[in-house]
Write a protein that binds this ligand. Structure first.
Ligand code: PLP
Length: 463
């Protein structure tokens, strides 16, 4: 019988002391990006099953062995989405201060739901939300909370759009609709489906943008009970910003809720280079910006900001005898501002980055990706076998490899991953397969991009 049988779950004994040093050293090596965390094809389920078999036992394996499984089987088979050549989806690049504070936060029992239990955390999260609201130009009365992701923030924004509509117009018994374009993020459609809200489709313009003109035309022709519009501040596939000013004008004129999903693109509010694209965002009734995407917060952290937080409190506050004490305060609890209760104080690592690093550093880090996108676009234009699909506005570059079929594009991407070089995935726009680079990582260099562009010259890929 191994001595680890004496492991006490809630007792910091000598074993724990020794292990703490080991695990902290490991964590710090991750923050330093010391080890060559990789890009590779996912292991098979059978391999993982083998590696994990016998992990959960009556007696426990002890700290060292259990950690060995975490490090060598689990973590080792997860892609490093912080890799400087990870360009698929929306990549990830948490700031050093954010990750370090997150480690401290994980070790602290901070219950981020109420002022009663976590006043300091609520106040600091509000500061960070205030900073984001100010970037957007929302009124000083606006406020919100941090949620786990853009998807769940969209659910809450749309739920409040309907709640507000019915509070003002009554419940006709019909399903309400939200107007959105074909380019709206999939999570808006899923949110609407989950809420039994219909989507009123609006044709995007030639750049993929939802515009005020097209929105007005569709609303004019529709007899749906439309309660709001879901606009996008940075379409994930293309990095293009909707005509927020035009949309806001139509929404205001018709008394519609304006939900702006800037989960990915909202970070670009910080730069004068891109700020003007977002004109109109200040009129949002609900706004989503995900610090875990392009504002260097660790997963998971999405900001949901309401123009009028009191509406959210009215719609979402949970009441129960055992919770009464939460509400013996004049302050608004983070837990009352969305459909959630227990919550991690997930805004704190983001607040800490702002506090420790300052907003100038934050802006420089965002602008690095804007620069990469611009330079990559010029590189694509100079390359005979490539063609830009659309001029980038933010940090997404979408282009075609002339002469290659969709399966050749897929094969190139697959080989990059197998060779551990990069994570790139093809995308599709208007029926055409294209290649897409999304930049959010300040450790990415233009040489990284050049390397991939050069490798596209190679005609090895075959159907
Ligand atoms: C514009 C937009 N909205 C919503 C989401 C969903 O966010 P999450 O993955 O954090 O749920 C994404 C994700 O990429 C996005 O880009």
């Amino acid at each position: 019988v191994a001595d680890h049988n004496h492991l006490h779950l809630h007792h910091f004994d000598q074993d724990a002391e020794h292990f703490a040093e080991q695990v902290l050293a490991y964590a710090v090596s991750k923050v330093r990006h010391e080890q060559d965390d990789g890009l590779f094809d996912a292991p098979s389920v059978a391999e993982l099953d083998r590696g994990l078999s016998g992990s959960i036992t009556q007696e426990g394996l002890g700290l060292e062995r259990a950690f060995g499984i975490y490090r060598d089987v689990i973590a080792a088979s997860c892609l490093c989405i912080e890799h400087p050549r990870f360009f698929a989806f929306v990549p990830y690049s948490p700031a050093v201060p954010a990750v370090l504070l997150d480690m401290a936060l994980s070790a602290s029992g901070i219950f981020g739901t109420s002022w009663l239990e976590a006043a300091g955390s609520a106040a600091a999260e509000n500061q960070a939300l205030r900073w984001l609201s100010d970037l957007a130009g929302m009124p000083s009365s606006s406020g919100g909370t941090f949620l786990s992701g853009g998807t769940i923030a969209n659910v809450n924004g749309l739920a409040l759009a309907r709640h507000n509509w019915r509070a003002r117009h009554g419940d006709s018994g019909r399903r309400v609709a939200v107007a959105a374009s074909a380019e709206v993020h999939s999570s808006v459609r899923t949110s609407a489906k989950a809420l039994e809200i219909d989507i009123l489709d609006v044709q995007p313009d030639e750049r993929g943008r939802l515009t005020g003109v097209n929105l007005a035309a569709v609303l004019e022709a529709s007899d749906a009970e439309v309660c709001g519009v879901a606009a996008t501040g940075g379409i994930t596939n293309l990095g293009i910003v909707d005509d927020l000013a035009g949309i806001a004008e139509v929404a205001r004129a018709r008394g519609l809720w304006l939900h702006v999903d800037a989960a990915y693109g909202g970070a670009a509010l910080i730069s004068e280079q891109t700020r003007a694209l977002f004109t109109g965002i200040e009129q949002a009734d609900s706004l989503v910006i995900d610090p875990h995407k392009w504002l260097f917060a660790p997963l998971d952290c999405s900001a949901l900001i309401y123009r009028n937080p009191a509406l959210a409190v009215g719609a979402f506050t949970q009441t129960a005898a055992y919770l009464d004490a939460f509400h013996e305060t004049d302050e608004t609890n983070p837990g009352d501002l969305a459909v959630h209760l227990t919550r991690r104080a997930r805004g704190l690592p983001f607040w800490f980055t702002l506090c420790a690093g300052g907003t100038v550093a934050m802006k420089a880090a965002v602008e690095h990706s804007l620069m990469l996108a611009r330079q990559s676009a010029r590189m694509v234009e100079r390359t005979s076998y490539l063609e830009l699909a659309i001029e980038p506005e933010l940090s997404v570059v979408v282009f075609r490899r002339l002469g290659w079929s969709a399966s050749q594009c897929r094969a190139w991407c697959a080989r990059l991953l197998t060779d551990g070089v990069a994570m790139v995935l093809p995308t599709n726009w208007r029926g055409e397969t294209l290649l897409r680079f999304c930049f959010v990582n300040p450790r990415t260099t233009i040489e990284d991009v050049q390397m991939l562009i050069d490798s596209l010259a190679n005609d090895r890929e075959r159907d």
